[in-house]
Design a binder for this molecule. Structure first.
Ligand code: FES
Length: 314
């Protein structure tokens, strides 16, 4: 995935904590395509690598628009992107990539919570372009003031498509009304807080798993739970690397001079994917499908399930 320098060409607060940033090529060149649900990774001015979903329609080839939730209690990436950029700032940005792909389906149910509207909005625009009867969006926020794109989505023309629910006014949303009846023709796409995604997971246990899709940039804690040391063999050189209990496989590879790409470093973006050559793996990522887990591993979060694994570049 090649990086390029993009210019911040517009910037505005959508709510008191969600900032929309438009990125364009400084020379006006078209950007690599961004299918609905795609994201980019960028280097924040403070130097962290972070991933953000693209929210503008895929047909807009000359810009990526992202919405960043400024989280003062987070790891600092979002605060730097919002506070340390201005119109004209140049940022190093990856090409768009998608781990939250919109599959072809007769119908869609989109469920967004808070800033989770970002990739869902690009999906909504795409589907609406193909026929409005095919999609329903359930968009959950705490209040109207905390609702990004409220005016765009809460308008008469979309009254049969969009359900806006504000929990501070109406209490907890009852998602069962939309999920009770599994429907082979509908795919469900959900992006939001861990609690929302856990709810949707629990309420769709009776659906075909292949019809339920999640996006989670909150990521996973790479060293959470029990993390035992193990040996990682790097197949191209045969080098054996000891991975300590308090480091990730990715960190251990780098410590030993193996250069491998990464972005989110929380198991959500798919950038660090390596080929799994041998050994049993404790997969902790949110990217790989069960069949993919036979052949690939995400070293930013995943570890050996036993004493050793062998990995190789793709
Ligand atoms: S760096 Fe994003 S999944 Fe590993």
């Amino acid at each position: 995935m090649s990086d390029r320098r993009l210019r911040v060409s517009a910037k505005r607060m959508l709510t008191s904590s969600i900032c929309e940033i438009e990125l364009r090529d400084p020379d006006g060149l078209a950007l690599p395509p961004h299918p609905p649900g795609a994201h980019v990774s960028l280097d924040t001015p403070a130097g962290q690598r972070r991933s953000y979903s693209i929210t503008n329609p895929a047909a807009e080839a000359d810009r990526y628009v992202i919405a960043v939730h400024r989280q003062p209690g987070g790891r600092g990436g979002s605060v730097s992107v919002v506070d340390d950029t201005e119109i004209g700032s140049l940022l190093t940005v990856s090409a768009a990539t998608s781990a939250f792909e919109l599959v072809e389906a007769p119908r869609y149910l989109l469920v967004a919570g808070g800033v989770g509207i970002t990739p869902i909005r690009s999906m909504l625009h795409h589907i609406l372009g193909q026929g409005r009867s095919r999609v329903r969006l359930v968009y959950l926020t705490r209040t109207r003031e905390e609702t990004a794109y409220a005016e765009e989505l809460d308008r008469p023309g979309l009254v049969d498509v969009v359900v806006l629910h504000h929990s501070a006014v109406a209490g907890r949303a009852d998602l069962w009304q939309w999920l009770a009846e599994p429907d082979d023709e509908t795919h469900v796409y959900c992006c939001g807080s861990t609690a929302l995604m856990d709810d949707v997971r629990a309420l769709t246990m009776h659906w075909r798993p292949s019809h339920i899709h999640f996006e989670d940039f909150a990521g996973v804690d790479a060293l959470g739970g029990t993390s035992a040391p193990f040996t990682l063999t790097w197949e191209p050189t045969g080098g054996q690397i000891a991975v300590a209990s308090d480091e990730t496989a990715l960190e251990a590879l780098r410590r030993n001079g193996v250069r491998t790409s990464s972005s989110c470093e929380s198991g959500t973006c798919g950038t660090c994917r390596l080929r799994l050559v041998a050994g049993e793996t404790e997969h902790r990522d949110l990217v790989l499908t069960p069949p993919e887990r036979e052949s690939f591993v995400m070293p930013c979060v995943s570890r050996a399930a036993g004493a050793a694994i062998t990995v190789a570049p793709l």
